[in-house]
Design a protein around this ligand. Structure first.
Ligand SMILES: C[S@@+](CC[C@H](N)C(=O)[O-])C[C@H]1O[C@@H](n2cnc3c(N)ncnc32)[C@H](O)[C@@H]1O
Length: 328
């Protein structure tokens, strides 16, 4: 597949369910972390990777990192959010009173984010300005001295030209400015880790989950297959299977640039002099739990602790990178 075609598919994939997410008055986490309601992603095409919008679970999973970013943002004036998606982080930054530009390739969600921001602007008069721009981050040109904070959540592993983008960010930052990345470190999701991941998924199989049991079995099965065939080929098999099972040849084949960007830490270290890095979480349990016990979140916290314990091990090292770089 040609680059442009792949990119169109990437944009389609991330935009396809934006309008469905807002159905019946729900507010998805992807759009607003503070007002998010508890919903299930109803998109049947995501049957193998059912997502949740569960603000409490997200907070347990990434709350500390988010709090850190927002604390930093208080001393900033201008920021950008690279790969902003539905704009939840863009909005959080704007709530610190600063001007933010959110860039993304998925026009579907960008448009929903624009509309949502217009609504929030009326409800919250102190919120800073947001501009959502459709852009390919592989080719993004940023003017020098534009910003004092650049944030990117869950996106760098989709960016082929991540070195080029890092240079762009460096040039766009004012002196003393920050570049923060929270993302999957793809190079860590390799063989040993896949074995560890598979074992952990087995361990999770009996835990009540929002993902239907049959889907979880498939999930575990594909996790096993990917140990031998690798991510790309497994991804391809999944798509073919979905098209056959759902008898729909037009089903968007996932995000084609998933895993395209690797070695983020090394790349950022080669451009910035001051870089702090930590890794956590091996298997991102946050989307998977569902039971009505009162202490569900206490249990989730415990699982998160187990997860982060594994993140320090060699078999299943942490795959979520939290990186803070500072320009001199
Ligand atoms: C996992 S999502 C994360 C979205 C958002 N930051 C969040 O935390 O919810 C990855 C995002 O990267 C965007 N993306 C992928 N490739 C891109 C590219 N080449 N240029 C711009 N955005 C891209 C997708 O559209 C998607 O919104």
């Amino acid at each position: 597949m040609q680059y442009e075609e792949k990119l169109r598919q990437e944009a389609r994939y991330w935009g396809e369910n934006a309008h469905i997410l807002f159905q019946s008055g729900a507010i998805p986490y992807d759009f607003d972390r503070r007002k998010a309601t508890h919903i299930t992603d109803p998109n049947i095409f995501r049957i193998l990777s059912a997502r949740r919008s569960d603000p409490v679970a997200e907070e347990i999973w990434a709350g500390e990192n988010i709090a850190y970013i927002l604390e930093l943002s208080k001393s900033c004036k201008d920021a950008i959010d690279l790969g902003c998606g539905g704009g939840w982080m863009t909005l959080e930054l704007a709530r610190s009173g600063i001007a933010v530009i959110g860039y993304d390739i998925g026009e579907g969600r960008l448009q929903m984010a624009r509309e949502y921001y217009e609504k929030i602007r009326l409800e919250e008069p102190g919120v800073g300005t947001i501009i959502y721009k459709q852009a390919d981050l592989n080719k993004l040109e940023l003017p020098p001295e534009l910003i004092d904070l650049a944030v990117s959540i869950g996106t760098f592993h989709h960016i082929l030209e991540n070195r080029r983008l890092t240079h762009q960010v460096y040039n766009a930052l004012r002196s003393g400015g920050y570049f923060i990345i929270m993302d999957v470190a793809e190079e860590r999701v390799r063989f040993a880790n896949r074995v560890g991941n598979f074992l952990l998924l087995l361990f999770l199989l009996p835990v009540p989950s929002y993902i239907p049991f049959a889907s979880r079995i498939l999930h575990v099965f594909f996790s096993f297959v990917s140990i031998f065939l690798g991510h790309d080929r497994t991804h391809h098999i999944k798509i073919v299977l979905k098209r056959v099972l759902l008898r729909n040849k037009k089903i968007a084949g996932g995000a084609p640039f998933e895993g395209a960007g690797m070695y983020t830490e090394e790349i950022v270290r080669s451009v910035f002099k001051k870089v702090d890095v930590s890794y956590r979480s091996s298997f991102g349990i946050r989307n998977r739990l569902n039971f009505k016990l009162k202490n569900r979140y206490a249990f989730l916290k415990l699982l998160n602790k187990i997860d982060n314990y594994f993140a320090g091990s060699k078999v299943c090292p942490g795959t979520v990178l939290f990186l803070v770089a500072r320009k001199d």
